[in-house]
Design a protein around this ligand. Structure first.
Ligand SMILES: Nc1ncnc2c1ncn2[C@@H]1O[C@H](COP(=O)(O)OP(=O)(O)OP(=O)(O)O)[C@@H](O)[C@H]1O
Length: 372
């Protein structure tokens, strides 16, 4: 879909911003360009829509050399989202989203209707459409930035550190939202970040850039975590790469055990007693609320008295989530829930670790067979 062929960029002054980059970006996937500051990620991104012209080499989109296309038309066929949302401060949110469709000749009423739909797509309430960008939170502004980039329904979305100015909780929400959107929209997304965690969460493929604009490794995130090609990539992905790689290991095989539960609404009832060393308190819909340790059962009378729980494991999530649920729970039992958040049972750290070990041995055998 997007092909870099021996592309270099030199802004002058000797050192290359991008050095002989060759890389194919597949249609309908998220490709993340990651690397330390100044390694040429933004320059590479901006060469795709000709905001920056290469010094040498060719970039093809759908097999066509973009060097021969009108830069303004090319730009309109590609949504662009940047770190500061880039919204026009004196226009309302809806007007901001409508900008490109209006430039493309879409009638005002149709553009407005589409803008309102897009607000919903990016998870914003309709009332926010009438506000000005300055009246929104950073996370909301970024969502509007995404809606605006999607407004002309471009096949390609270029995103330059779009989530780096918001706090970690909002950032996580925006990442989840982008993945959800991408499941429906299947755009070709090129995403720049300097955060390897963000890269491995979002990327179908990850391109790790090294200083001097050199592409050090281009592979699926799991592969980059499992087999960094050199010391630079190994150093960049960090020491806990082994743990992070668990995100890519299916947790479907983890055994879910039954757990004794008690309804929070019945905690004050003196006739209720618990047998297990840890009993899970749930609301009337069966959603976890916290723990009742046996030793404390006489003092736990309401939701406020419960021992807070750890992270939840949604059945089918990765082994990383399963292990975290078990390790973060005061009981050592990882609470497992269904898609509606209702308790299904618990997982145990030791059993998750056994699966991790089995998977490692299986991989070792496969690698060995391939080597032979
Ligand atoms: N307009 C410009 N003029 C001159 N040099 C530039 C220009 N834009 C970028 N550079 C230089 O090119 C190199 C690559 O910059 P680029 O912005 O592509 O890196 P980056 O990886 O996106 O960095 P960051 O993560 O800090 O945004 C840097 O050394 C930078 O100083």
């Amino acid at each position: 879909m997007i092909q870099f062929r021996n592309v270099s960029k030199n802004y002058g002054g000797g050192t290359a911003a991008v050095e002989n980059l060759s890389m194919d970006i597949d249609r309908g996937t998220i490709t993340v360009l990651v690397g330390p500051s100044g390694c040429g990620k933004t320059t590479s991104l901006r060469m795709i829509n000709r905001m920056v012209e290469p010094t040498s080499g060719t970039i093809l989109v759908d097999g066509q050399d973009i060097g021969g296309q009108r830069a303004s038309e090319l730009r309109r066929s590609m949504g662009y989202v940047m770190q500061s949302s880039g919204l026009l401060p004196h226009r309302t949110v809806l007007d901001n989203i409508m900008t490109v469709p209006r430039l493309n000749g879409v009638a005002r009423t149709a553009a407005r209707k589409r803008a309102a739909e897009l607000l919903d797509v990016v998870g914003l309430a309709p009332a926010l459409g009438k506000r000005y960008p300055g009246q929104l939170s950073g996370g909301q502004q970024q969502r509007v930035g995404v809606a605006r980039a999607l407004a002309a329904d471009p096949p390609v979305l270029l995103m330059d550190e779009p989530f780096s100015a918001v706090d970690p909780v909002v950032r996580h929400e925006l990442q989840e939202e982008l993945l959800r959107l991408q499941r429906d929209l299947a755009k070709t997304i090129v995403f720049v970040t300097h955060d390897i965690d963000e890269a491995t969460i979002l990327g179908d493929k990850v391109a790790v850039f090294a200083t001097g604009g050199r592409l050090a490794q281009y592979a699926a995130p799991e592969e980059i975590l499992r087999a960094p090609v050199d010391d630079f990539v190994a150093g960049f992905v960090g020491r806990d790469r082994g743990f992070r790689r668990l995100s890519f290991q299916d947790g479907g095989g983890v055994q879910v055990h039954p757990i004794e539960t008690v309804r929070v609404s019945r905690l004050a009832d003196p006739s209720v007693s618990v047998d297990s060393s840890w009993t899970l308190a749930v609301d009337d819909d069966g959603r976890p609320q916290g723990w009742v340790p046996r030793a404390m059962q006489d003092t736990v009378r309401s939701a406020q008295d419960l021992v807070p729980g750890g992270s939840l494991y949604r059945r089918g999530d990765s082994l990383r989530r399963a292990l975290d649920a078990a390790l973060s729970a005061p009981s050592g039992l990882g609470v497992t829930v269904d898609d509606d958040g209702r308790v299904l049972g618990v997982v145990q750290a030791a059993e998750v670790l056994e699966l991790i070990e089995e998977a490692r041995l299986d991989r070792g055998r496969t690698d060995h067979n391939t080597a032979v």
